[in-house]
Design a protein around this ligand. Structure first.
Ligand SMILES: Cc1cc2nc3c(=O)[nH]c(=O)nc-3n(C[C@H](O)[C@H](O)[C@H](O)COP(=O)(O)OP(=O)(O)OC[C@H]3O[C@@H](n4cnc5c(N)ncnc54)[C@H](O)[C@@H]3O)c2cc1C
Ligand code: SF4
Length: 536
């Protein structure tokens, strides 16, 4: 039986692996694979943790206060909690430098989605128009991934944008503010739909509302940001555990993959790797190789392989990411009310906005504030600390943020390449990104629409608090080795098969030829399962 070697245990890699394992293939997975610490006091709610932990400050802010977001440091409204720092811990071998881009990398078991916010939005036929396959080719795999990970949601006004797939679980219990916003939407629905081309509804999230396969239903404990203790909230390490139950699966953690070696027929023969922390190289052979190391890391392995083979240093163009704007708001109906800490923490509502140009869709997620690290918000209020805290306590129950997402397209100006250290010969990933020229007009117009929507829903947007996130911050990277119907160097077939090396496949976002405004990970997982099922 063919031996398939996969690099990476993120959302793309694990679903590729599971599909192959179910078909009886022998699968080897190489991964740096930083491990998640065990959850503390798994039965405790967010508030229980504050009371029951011997050192809650250490847990919530870190031993060296590493989760504290200092004034002026990043402009973000949240920081990552200390127990999730392992997700962004990079091995010393991996070096990068970026211009116009603020990338995040993960070398964790499960990858970046160990800290995602669980939004799962299927790309529809219109959004797949630049892909070399039809929407119908993905539908089976949306169903399959939905069955594997568990997705809650409902069929409402947003179904016009989000195709309905099988195995949709009942939606989560709404928190108070989300429920008030949804009621307001129903009252003004006609105006919002017809005048503002805007639709509101329930989010689709990878969170269980019923128990299944050893995972509990969401208990509304409010600990989502610190890592769900019960497995109700899906992360790829859950699927990795499922892979472990197959005898035809071998997982090698603490391995950093460098580059491929080819034989004289131009086929990949082996991958050169090293144990993290050690500088000793070794080679691992396989019949077929699959890169699922995340778009940027897979691109680096491809660039390094070409560099080692012929000394050349090429550019992989077309890097994409979703521009995001954070629009904080205050729901005036909730000023002076109590907030409920025993709630699901991430977004429960979503918004679809039809743009002026044909086929344009902008995607927004509405997160109401419940439990979170609140100091980044307080310090962003443009007043002295005492006044800011007083105001914050009064408005807390009515606070929320709209995360507005824009689509992106492959452009020559946006690329990744290598820089070589003259002394050591080691390479570093260089990332270069320039936003499109007409971006600011589109952003302004769409933000204006969102502000009108919020006003209609009874909310105000405080001045000076909107935040244009840097490119790279959405962490939806794609496009460097695109799928193409026409075989050309540095592209792949519609099944992610490299046009440069016949026995190499790409299973992550590298192959996406376009990036619609919706969060891409559901499509990543479905596409990985599609390739593994149809091509193997
Ligand atoms: C805060 C946050 C919130 C997000 N929220 C959402 C959301 O709500 N919805 C959504 O759709 N998406 C969301 N995302 C994006 C989502 O997490 C990514 O799209 C997804 O994780 C990408 O998966 P991947 O498998 O392609 O790559 P990655 O997650 O990057 O996984 C890469 C894997 O490869 C391994 N690896 C990398 N390089 C090497 C190497 N050289 N050698 C060995 N192993 C290697 C790593 O250890 C890791 O296991 C969010 C991301 C973040 C950070
Ligand atoms: S998803 Fe969030 S609220 Fe639900 S059980 Fe997990 S941590 Fe608690």
């Amino acid at each position: 039986m063919t031996k398939v070697l996969i690099v990476g245990s993120g959302a793309s890699g694990v679903h590729f692996a599971l599909t192959l394992l179910q078909k009886g293939y022998q699968v080897i997975m190489l991964d740096v694979g930083r491990e998640r610490p065990d959850p503390v006091n798994p039965e405790d709610s967010f508030n229980d943790l504050k009371n029951n932990l011997s050192d809650p400050v250490n847990y919530f802010l870190g031993e060296n206060y590493e989760a504290v977001v200092y004034p002026g440091s990043t402009g973000e409204y949240y920081g990552f909690p200390p127990n999730k720092q392992y997700i962004f811990d990079t091995p010393e071998q991996f070096e990068w430098k970026a211009t116009g881009f603020a990338p995040l990398f993960s070398f964790a078991r499960g990858g970046l989605a160990e800290t995602w916010t669980g939004g799962v939005y299927p790309l529809n036929a219109e959004e797949l128009r630049d892909f070399p396959f039809d929407y119908s080719e993905l539908t089976h795999y949306y169903n399959e991934i939905s069955k594997r990970i568990g997705i809650s949601g409902t069929i409402d006004d947003l179904a016009r944008f989000y195709p309905v797939h099988d195995y949709l679980l009942d939606p989560l219990r709404l928190d108070n503010q989300s429920s008030i916003l949804l009621e307001a939407y129903q009252r003004h629905r006609n105006y919002l739909n017809t005048e503002l081309n805007c639709y509101l509804g329930r989010s689709r999230v990878a969170t269980l509302t019923g128990e299944r396969e050893g995972r509990k239903a969401c208990s509304y404990c409010g600990r989502c940001l610190w890592g769900c203790p019960s497995g109700a909230f899906y992360t790829p390490s859950i699927t990795l555990r499922e892979c472990f139950s197959f005898s035809n699966f071998k997982y090698y953690p603490n391995i950093y993959a460098n580059y491929f070696k080819t034989n004289r027929h131009g086929r990949l023969e082996s991958i050169v790797v090293e144990s993290t922390g050690m500088k000793k190289h070794e080679e691992i052979q396989a019949d077929t190789f699959v890169l699922a190391a995340g778009t940027l890391s897979s691109s680096k392995i491809m660039l390094d392989s070409i560099h080692r083979e012929n000394g050349g240093n090429i550019k992989l163009t077309g890097l994409m990411d979703n521009r995001q704007i954070l629009i904080p708001f205050i729901n005036l109906n909730l000023v002076g009310h109590q907030y409920d800490a025993e709630s699901y923490q991430y977004h429960q509502l979503a918004m679809g906005i039809v743009g002026e140009d044909t086929g344009k869709y902008y995607h927004a997620l509405i997160t109401t504030l419940k439990t979170a690290l609140v100091h980044p918000i307080v310090q962003n209020i443009p007043l002295d600390l005492r006044t800011a805290l007083n105001i914050f306590r009064n408005v807390r129950a009515g606070l929320g943020v709209v995360n507005l997402n824009f689509d992106d397209h492959r452009r020559e100006t946006n690329y990744v390449t290598l820089e070589t250290d003259k002394n050591t010969g080691e390479t570093r990933l260089l990332i270069n990104y320039l936003p499109p020229e007409n971006e600011s007009a589109v952003l302004k117009r769409t933000v204006k629409t969102v502000k009108k929507v919020l006003r209609k829903l009874g909310c105000i947007v405080p001045p000076f608090m909107m935040h244009l996130r840097p490119m790279g911050a959405s962490v939806h990277y794609a496009g460097t080795i695109p799928m193409s119907e026409h075989p050309a160097p540095l592209t792949t077939s519609k099944y992610g098969q490299s046009h440069d090396y016949e026995n190499l496949y790409f299973a992550d976002g590298s192959t996406f030829p376009a990036l619609p405004a919706k969060n891409l990970t559901f499509a990543l997982m479905a596409n990985a399962a599609r390739i593994a099922d149809r091509q193997f």
